[in-house]
Ligand binder design. Sequence first.
Ligand SMILES: *Cc1c(COP(=O)(O)O)cnc(C)c1O
Length: 402
Amino acid sequence: MHLSSAELIALEERYGAHNYHPLDVVLSRGEGVWVWDVEGQRYLDCLSAYSALNQGHNHPRIRQALIEQASRLTLTSRAFRNDQLGLFYQELCELTGYEMVLPMNTGAEAVETALKAARKWGYEVKGVPDGQAEIIACTGNFAGRTITIISFSSEPQYRAGFGPYTPGFKLIPYGDADALEAAITPNTVAFIVEPIQGEGGVIVPPAGYLHRVREICSRHNVLLIADEIQTGLGRTGRLFACDHENVRPDMITIGKALSGGFYPVSAVLSDREVLGVFRPGDHGSTFGGNPLAAAVGRAALRALIEEGMIENAALMGEYFLEQLAEINSPHVKEVRGKGLMIGVELKPEAGGARRFCEALQENGILAKETHRHIIRFAPPLIITREQIDWAMERIRPVLCMK
Ligand SMILES: *Cc1c(COP(=O)(O)O)cnc(C)c1O
């Protein structure tokens, strides 16, 4: 039985909670940078599932690892050990230069884990009085949807109706290192920051910001947590976006592309001084660190590194950004980004980004608006110059339409 797009959309609308407003495109197949809808129409994916598909759809090596592991052993729980987890840890640590890993499933869980680690480190290592730990975050942040995480969101819609909120968070403006210094107290245990704000609208902070943030955190014995769930694993043309300023955070959260889009896999990376605060029973997850996730994660990292995707993101990102910036459209206010994480901000009078995304869809390009006026272009990191040229032939007229 083959249902049409319209019929499948009707089912979603009738039976599913309406917590998303997707484009009306029903996809049934993906390969590389391309996806196909149930009617066979092909599109270039310029969202990459919010950067979970850095390696492209259906990457053959990651798929093979998933199938092989799925036919052997999928889940042990952490009550027992498995033959994939230790290797996943080792490969992640050797790649990133951190001493320890704590595996989770979704990005939000990795962030929650990092916050818990920071608080416990604050009490046990820094000596903050029990129950007094403070964590600083930035306005415009996005770190997931749990109640604790929305407790430090500045986006009214993410919070409205979901209180009471978790205490212990303080907000400062993004990109303002002086504001960080001013907000720190003796009870501050951590500063959590995205090197580039993704959901906030592809906001690139001033050059030198992360460097100053690193210096301030070190001077005040405050943990620097970089949320690299979207910016990490090659998206901006370096393994981590912090690498652009040679900054080494005390903790990094990763997720999304850690599985190349096959499976939810996330992790916190840090050193023994911080992740060493967890003792058996302090924290956990039934699926976190399962052998299927570990095998998929290992293959996803290998694909990313061995196939030169990070270098390609740097080269193609520069080319794509240049091409987009050259469009002379009355609607465009600014084009910005790093690597293949690009935002095109439209002027308020352009009538919102949604209609442009719908027009792009009609022309074979899938992109999604963020924050009403911004179109995000973040294709898989394997995109070629020819594919960018193909996309530009379609993006140019759409961005210039009436
Ligand atoms: C997507 C995202 C998250 C949350 O990840 P989920 O897997 O959706 O829970 C956290 N931080 C950043 C920066 C993200 O982009």
